[in-house]
Design a protein around this ligand. Structure first.
Ligand code: AKG
Length: 246
């Protein structure tokens, strides 16, 4: 069971916009997640709408699964767990509403990179009380495309965006921030560990050129009080229309 966040965890999240939670899932839970993802991709995905996934450039390997909470009872149940909601509530400043379950598979050798972005360019919420729990299913190493976060970048509002042309990450920052990687927080994780990042924390990841897959499962929540901002939504819709589905 996941414990409610300590005052220190909450303070770290408010300061940095990202926190590290070791052993968020147990080894058994990681195995169950991996098995269900494998089964879902093999048996179910072909019958789902096209916006249930994004493929890598080879047009067959899964880059992302989207909307798992709509398509799969196992993942809906996982994201609705009471202990996870208790962890999320103080971070979204209210009653958590589950907003999505997805994956960033970053497959071995061909996993594509993710451009610098703020998730709220996709989520379009105000106030920006929304976050992502990024759970490592594979080990995330310095070599296989870890996520880098710019600490404190959630405090400065939304930066100008531009369509990225990257399938699965259609909208990115107009300008890459001048913050060296050495000053960014790198999400190096053992299987079952997680990071939690605020929806306006700037982050990105490199392609995976190693023979080791870097599968991540993402649970997304917002505070039940947040609302869609029409200006953000219009920019997102234009980018996602140019490079569907997301
Ligand atoms: O998994 C990745 O490489 C990127 C993840 C990401 O962009 C996100 O969690 O919003």
């Amino acid at each position: 069971m996941i414990r409610a966040p300590s005052p220190t965890i909450i303070a770290d999240y408010e300061r940095d916009g990202v926190i590290h939670i070791p052993q968020f899932l147990s080894a058994e839970e990681v195995t169950s997640v991996r098995e269900e993802l494998t089964r879902y991709i093999r048996d179910d995905l072909a019958s789902k709408p096209l916006d249930a996934r994004t493929l890598e450039k080879d047009e067959k390997t899964v880059r992302n699964l989207w909307r798992l909470e709509q398509h799969n009872a196992f993942f809906k149940r996982l994201a609705e767990r009471e202990d996870i909601r208790r962890l999320v509530a103080p971070l979204v400043h209210g009653d958590p509403a589950m907003a999505g379950v997805e994956t960033f598979n970053k497959p071995a050798l061909i996993g594509s990179g993710v451009p610098y972005h703020q998730d709220n360019a996709y989520f379009c919420q105000e106030p920006p009380d929304m976050l992502t729990i990024w759970i490592a299913i594979d080990a995330v190493t310095a070599a296989n495309g870890p996520v880098f976060f710019i600490p404190g970048s959630h405090k400065n509002g939304m930066k100008p965006t531009r369509p990225s042309g990257v399938r699965g990450n259609s909208i990115g920052l107009a300008e890459i921030p001048d913050v060296p990687l050495s000053q960014q927080i790198c999400g190096l994780l053992a299987p079952g560990d997680a990071t939690i990042h605020h929806c306006e924390t700037i982050h990105h990841s490199a392609p995976n050129t190693t023979p080791h897959s870097r599968l991540g499962l993402l649970l997304v929540y917002r505070g039940g009080h947040s609302r869609t901002n029409p200006t953000l939504k219009a920019a997102y819709t234009a980018a996602a229309t140019a490079t569907p589905p997301a």
